[in-house]
Design a protein around this ligand. Sequence first.
Ligand code: FAD
Ligand code: NAD
Length: 479
Amino acid sequence: DRHPEPQAEPDPSKKTLVILGTGWGSVSLLKRLDTENYNVVVISPRNYFLFTPLLPSCTTGTIEHRSIMEPIRTILRSKKASAKYYEAEASSIDPDRKVVKIFDNSEVRGETTETEVPYDMLVVGVGAENATFGIPGVREHSCFLKEIGDAQLIRKKIMDCVETAAFKDQAPEEIDRLLHMVVVGGGPTGVEFAGELQDFFEEDIKKLIPDISDRFRVTLVEALPNVLPSFSKQLIEYTESTFKEEKIDIKTKTMVKRVTDKTVEADITGPDGKKERIVLPYGLLVWATGNAVRPVVKDLMSRIPAQKDSRRGLAVNEYLVVQGARDIWAVGDCAVAGYAPTAQVAGQEGTFLARLFNNMAKTEQLEENIRELSSSLNLKPGNAAEISRAIEDQERQLRRIKDIKPFHYSHQGSLAYIGSEKAVADVSWFNGNFATGGSLTFLFWRSAYLSMCFSTRNRLLVINDWLKSKLFGRDVSRE
Ligand code: FAD
Ligand code: NAD
């Protein structure tokens, strides 16, 4: 339990390393970064790290949201040398002047709400925003599932729909609408959320409000011919048959075109290739169709000519350096390094950068030592042999650490929860792959995610939540 010294002013002898974001990429970097080597400044509108893999469980109260949050202040406190944190959003980056423009977007604001932070080195780890593809009505009427606030809103809305459906004299078609939960996007986010939702209904709501129990329906809408496109064929089939048993309706080859406050309009492609328009009335609509580029990233891309052909984010080289920029690196969902936008990739990229930066600092130190030793060689010829040995030693160390290999992603596997205490896993094992699904995989899923939680505190809270919801049921009170 360390308490770093307060850092009053930046040390002029050190470079200023600015890190944007407090997600998987940036926090993995911070965790392993030797903060003594740089003046570290972290900037993010979110003053905590969020363990996203368990976010779908927060939408129904299986897990309470604070159990998967870790304050950035706690993370920084455990570092050897202190680092600054500003709760702010980066609005633009000027790669020529080497400054980041930041603004305070929170409810309480001081006199200064906008300012600039200069950097010598910059890491962009701002993640991505929700893709809507400009489909009308999506932003106004649907819930996303990316941040804690989204999960809280969904949790509230589920109960709002249920209580409104149970309202006296409600018309039958209105009850059906209110209890129809539509999920758009059959990627892992949509699938995991649909599974959690059906569990909540089967295990809790049905018992508490039996009079509406036969009207609750979950529909998962996916534009492609199947859900979970990144998983193996066998697991796709297993997920689809499990969903059938759970009574989750999967509508594949169905592309949503328009959303209103009470309906989703979509085109279904039939076996003959013909399109048919369907209208689904809904009570809750959750939109999970993947990632789009954040404005701050788009703005930076427009300032760097080498980025003009990049569409999905900042193109980086094998050392995660932003192509065409100097002293800027990018990690995670905002970087295009040829891998899927996952926590696993972002985490490994952050760890790689920590090693790179620690090495860069060590290299500079060793080079400085060699310079000093070489000049003392002329001043103290009597100690020449000893000094030469010292120089050789420093040069050996330098050769060893200078030879840092490019970033290489090592895929550990993909895991997803699919409801009724079942999970699917594509796991890499000794250069091979094996696919598994079911209740044992569910236990594997739980233990894997538990071990990946940020801290022991998070782990204990998550275990406690799992036990609590198993023993007493989920809390259905609407905050
Ligand atoms: P993020 O973790 O999204 O962090 C971005 C950070 O940047 C945040 O702190 C944000 O506040 C901050 N930020 C945003 N805008 C600005 C700005 N303008 N200036 C400064 N800071 C800014 N992946 C897996 O591998 N396994 C899983 O099981 C899994 N489950 C998931 C479940 C859900 C519900 C979701 C939504 C995603 C899941 N993912 C999973 C994907 C994974 O969460 C992302 O790939 C990962 O979070 C990317 O990390 P990142 O650091 O790039 O971005
Ligand atoms: P995704 O990009 O994986 O899936 C989105 C799906 O939405 C796609 O299958 C797409 O065909 C569909 N879609 C797009 N527009 C549509 C429309 N108009 N109508 C109907 N369907 C439409 O998105 P995601 O699930 O949010 O995942 C984002 C990233 O996070 C991925 O890389 C994913 O692997 C990762 N993730 C991983 C896990 C896990 O490993 N358990 C969980 C969540 C997210």
